[in-house]
Design a protein around this ligand. Structure first.
Ligand SMILES: Cc1cc2nc3c(=O)[nH]c(=O)nc-3n(C[C@H](O)[C@H](O)[C@H](O)COP(=O)(O)OP(=O)(O)OC[C@H]3O[C@@H](n4cnc5c(N)ncnc54)[C@H](O)[C@@H]3O)c2cc1C
Ligand code: SF4
Ligand code: SF4
Length: 391
């Protein structure tokens, strides 16, 4: 049976929880807010299925496949604006819907926890669009996906590299009706920290969050902002470079322990396609210099090639890009980020301190929540909107 001796050896993919024939495994949050499997020894029959399915224990031998890197963005302006990079995810999803298929990806539950969920059409897809900088809980989606594949439904499952590897191990065999797409992944932050941050913003702004965009492009793709929209219409929007939540993520305080030693990076992956930001693209390929978002697409398999062929007429793209250049500008493609040397202190304080005390202790002044300024700005913009409405 599975035993987590070192936390860095569990990515929280949920494959063990999904496979257990006796439902003996529960996923429980630790004090940092990350979920790990806990086994009920009364129910466990010691069949070993959980150990055999774990993608960290059973890493597949990587194949030296063909490396194809493409720079691209969707021709649909609205899609590109709403997406974190070039809007490739929506273009892929539309092809799956044409086959009456189902798309899985990271969305929100009623409490704005990030969870994996299925969508069946373009309206529902809205919720899965955009990067959520919080670890997504895949719940029991692997079980459901297996059922749907056996029924012959076409599925596109998207997520982090570790989630795709967990799904593939869970399914055990290759299904012709399954497509998978992972992301270039910096690492995933703790859901508990995100909830603390959200509550702090709500307290400051005196509202209740309705919607969150982690990658708002109002100031451009390179200078993205985080935006929380309240039920009453108020908004908190701050540049990623100034916002404490984004900075704790970017400075590698809040990531899951497994992300500092990620086993799912590299050019040979389990997924058919990998999507990321093509940072620096304008320096090498000037036609992508409009700062509205360009994706890097890595194609790993025949199915990946087939999907790309189907969407390419909807894209502005550059095939056969310089992969070394892409990696230089986005090292997360191939290597894990370095742990912040103060991460342990940070999480020790996390149990005892409020969110703004933590950010004051661990981040420079420009990253603290600016209480008065934020509130006034938002009240002003609300007032402006009311005035516009009343005209
Ligand atoms: C936590 C995280 C870290 C990232 N780090 C990098 C990085 O270092 N370098 C880089 O180039 N790109 C990174 N990305 C990916 C990138 O920001 C875009 O999501 C990706 O390029 C797809 O963009 P898009 O415009 O095609 O579609 P979008 O609509 O912007 O993206 C939607 C896709 O992202 C998936 N997704 C969103 N949030 C999560 C989540 N929490 N867990 C799993 N899947 C999620 C959805 O399932 C869907 O497949 C990261 C994304 C996340 C969520
Ligand atoms: S990595 Fe996935 S399968 Fe392995 S122990 Fe963690 S949750 Fe279970
Ligand atoms: S960095 Fe690796 S282990 Fe962490 S979420 Fe991303 S793919 Fe998974």
């Amino acid at each position: 049976m599975i035993e987590i001796v070192e936390k860095k050896n569990c990515s929280g993919c949920n494959a063990c929880f999904n496979i257990c024939p006796k439902n003996a495994i529960k996923m429980k949050s630790d004090k940092e807010g990350f979920q790990y499997p806990i086994i009920d020894l009364e129910k466990c029959i010691n069949c070993g299925a959980c150990e055999r399915v774990c993608p960290v224990i059973n890493q597949k031998k990587k194949t030296e496949g063909r490396k194809v890197a493409i720079a691209a963005y969707s021709r649909q302006e609205e899609n590109r604006e709403e997406s974190s990079s070039g809007g490739i995810f929506e273009e892929l999803a539309k092809k799956i819907f044409e086959k009456d298929g189902i798309v899985y990806g990271a969305g929100f539950d009623e409490y704005l926890n990030v969870v994996h969920k299925p969508v069946k059409n373009i309206q529902e897809l809205q919720e899965l669009k955009g990067s959520k900088y919080v670890q997504s809980d895949t719940k029991t989606t692997f079980r459901k996906v297996k059922e749907l594949l056996e029924e012959g439904r076409t599925i596109l499952y998207t997520g982090t590299g570790c989630q795709i590897a967990g799904l593939k191990n869970f399914l055990k065999k290759d299904y012709t009706n399954l497509y998978t797409c992972d992301i270039i992944c910096h690492g995933v932050p703790s859901p508990k920290i995100f909830q603390k941050y959200k509550e702090k913003i709500e307290e400051e702004i005196q509202g209740k969050t309705k919607d969150i965009s982690f990658r708002n492009k109002a100031n451009g793709w390179n200078q993205y902002s985080i935006q929380l929209t309240m039920k009453d219409g108020q908004e908190y929007r701050q540049l990623g470079a100034k916002d404490p939540y984004i900075q704790l993520f970017a400075q590698n305080y809040t990531l899951r322990p497994s992300c500092y030693d990620c086993k799912f990076k590299g050019l040979d992956r389990e997924a058919d396609l990998t999507l990321g930001d093509f940072w620096g693209v304008e320096k090498k390929y000037p036609k992508f210099s409009d700062d509205k978002g360009t994706s890097l697409i890595l194609v790993h398999s025949k199915k990946g090639e087939e999907l790309f062929e189907k969407i390419k007429n909807n894209l502005v793209y550059q095939p056969n890009c310089d992969l070394d250049f892409a990696i230089q500008n986005n090292p997360c493609i191939v290597q894990s980020v370095k742990i912040n040397p103060l991460r342990e202190n940070f999480f020790n304080d996390f149990g005892k301190m409020e969110f703004d005390e933590l950010s004051k202790k661990y981040l420079p002044k420009e990253n603290h929540i600016k209480k008065f300024k934020t509130k006034v700005l938002n009240q002003l913009s609300l007032l402006k909107r009311k005035i516009i409405k009343n005209k």
